[in-house]
Design a protein around this ligand. Structure first.
Ligand code: FAD
Length: 307
């Protein structure tokens, strides 16, 4: 039986594992893909104290740091079910194993919803981006599009308008869905064009980097092309909680609800990082939350009678 079993091997899971192991308690990490989203990231420039690094390098550093400690790392294993049996939490894996723990930290992260048009995959990290806080500065003085007119898309467009030369906001529906106050702010900006009823059909590039985007006007069916250097896809961040539905409290977006200590609605079960309701999905936030969840799990263990 693990004292702390961490599910997820991204920045949040790695930080949780290190903090737990440093307490000298039996710690395990179960991860489908150790490293998490940073494996798909090119350059990271906002992990404070590390001026510049690359995603795969950062992921390797996470793994090396975890391996400095006595942590049982189970990589390429997917959790498929969580069950509470008395005071023990069971994690069932897709391969049929059942792991038991006195406390569990859920850190399964999230994934950006893709628009699935030609060019999106080809130019990912070469003009196609998903995170304005991360990649906005790379497009300083350039022209970009933001796809998606919900709160995150409109916030991204406002944010980017202060950095880039011009922003084209593309919304599929007839109207933007963002809060009115955000829409007002957006429309007050001189370097933003809003195009509604537009279906993005292709992201173009020169073989190396993005140079344009095509969309179809859904009212007239006429196709248009916009020349630009960057495309931010903002049609939703999906938390990896499908396997947890019905077992603990999730927000209406599917994020695990946590309190200020990372406690979920189930005793002994904590959560951290992009998978939770904690706002702003960033590496530095995920690592901090992971550390916090581990300290909360430790606190839970020393307060329970059988620990
Ligand atoms: P994740 O990194 O998503 O890790 C989740 C972990 O859980 C993975 O190991 C995954 O395999 C595992 N997992 C998922 N489901 C299961 C399951 N059922 N069973 C077992 N394991 C499971 N942030 C920055 O701060 N700066 C940046 O420059 C930056 N750039 C980014 C660029 C890109 C392209 C992307 C996609 C994200 C970027 N981010 C950046 C965001 C950052 O990567 C995330 O905020 C961070 O990785 C979240 O960490 P996490 O540990 O919560 O989740």
């Amino acid at each position: 039986v693990f004292d702390v079993l961490v599910v997820g091997g991204g920045p949040a899971g790695a930080a949780a594992a290190i903090y737990a192991a440093r307490k000298g308690i039996r710690t395990g990490v179960l991860a489908e893909r150790f490293g998490g989203q940073v494996l798909d990231t090119l350059s990271i420039e906002n992990f404070i104290s590390v001026k510049e690094t690359e995603g795969p390098k950062f992921a390797l550093a996470l793994e090396q740091h975890v391996k400095e400690y006595d942590v049982d790392v189970m990589n390429t294993q997917r959790a498929s079910k969580l069950a509470q049996v008395g005071k023990v939490v069971e994690i069932h894996t897709a391969s049929g194993a059942v792991l038991k723990a006195k406390s569990v930290i859920l850190a399964t992260g999230a994934r950006w919803r893709e628009i699935n048009v030609p060019g999106e995959k080809e130019y990912r990290n070469h003009g196609v981006a998903y995170c304005p806080h991360c990649d906005g500065p790379l497009f300083k003085g350039k022209r970009v599009a933001v796809i998606g007119g919900g709160n995150s898309g409109v916030e991204a467009a406002i944010d980017l308008a202060g950095l880039v030369k011009h922003v084209t906001l593309i919304e599929f529906g007839a109207e933007l869905r963002a809060d009115a106050v955000l829409q007002r702010k957006l429309r007050s900006l001189p370097n933003v064009t809003v195009i509604a009823s537009a279906q993005t059909t292709e992201i173009h590039g020169d073989g190396k980097i993005v140079n344009g985007l095509s969309y179809t006007d859904r009212n007239t069916s006429v196709s248009h092309k916009v020349e630009l250097e960057g495309v931010f896809v903002q049609i939703g961040l999906v938390p990896n909680t499908e396997w947890l539905k019905g077992t603990l409290a999730l927000s209406r977006h599917g994020e695990i609800e946590v309190d200020a200590r990372g406690q979920t609605s189930l005793p002994g079960v904590f959560a951290a990082g992009d998978v939770t309701t904690v706002p702003y999905k960033q590496i530095i936030i995920a690592t901090g939350e992971g550390a916090k969840a581990a300290l909360s799990a430790f606190d839970h263990l020393i307060r329970s009678d059988d620990a």
